[in-house]
Ligand binder design. Structure first.
Ligand SMILES: [Zn+2]
Length: 104
């Protein structure tokens, strides 16, 4: 889509099937992996890792990742995850050029 402005784009491997896709074509989906010892005591060690995985369009469609990604972004918009983006969006939404109108 926007490849023509940027020259060559790096290829990424699809996390599901291993296909090589251009980075701007692949779907980047954040996966949260939890490593835990499950000791239920104070010695319990627990780490959460957020990893960005890339999927080719066909795998993303098959795994319904487009919908999941939309949900993920919606959740982030409500939580304080991307605070600056959210504020920018709020300002953009209250822009007056959409409010008062001389439309027919
Ligand atoms: Zn794939």
């Amino acid at each position: 889509m926007s490849r023509r402005v940027r020259g060559s784009i790096k290829l990424v491997n699809c996390a599901s099937c291993g296909r090589r896709v251009p980075r701007d074509k692949a779907l980047a989906y954040d996966r949260v992996t939890v490593y835990s010892t499950d000791l239920k005591t104070n010695d319990d060690v627990r780490t959460m890792l957020r990893r960005e995985m890339h999927y080719c369009p066909s795998c993303a469609k098959h795994l319904r990742l487009y919908e999941k990604k939309a949900n993920q972004m919606a959740r982030r918009a409500h939580s304080g995850w991307g605070q600056q983006d959210r504020e920018a969006q709020d300002r953009w939404g209250t822009n007056e050029r959409f409010g008062n109108s001389d439309s027919a």
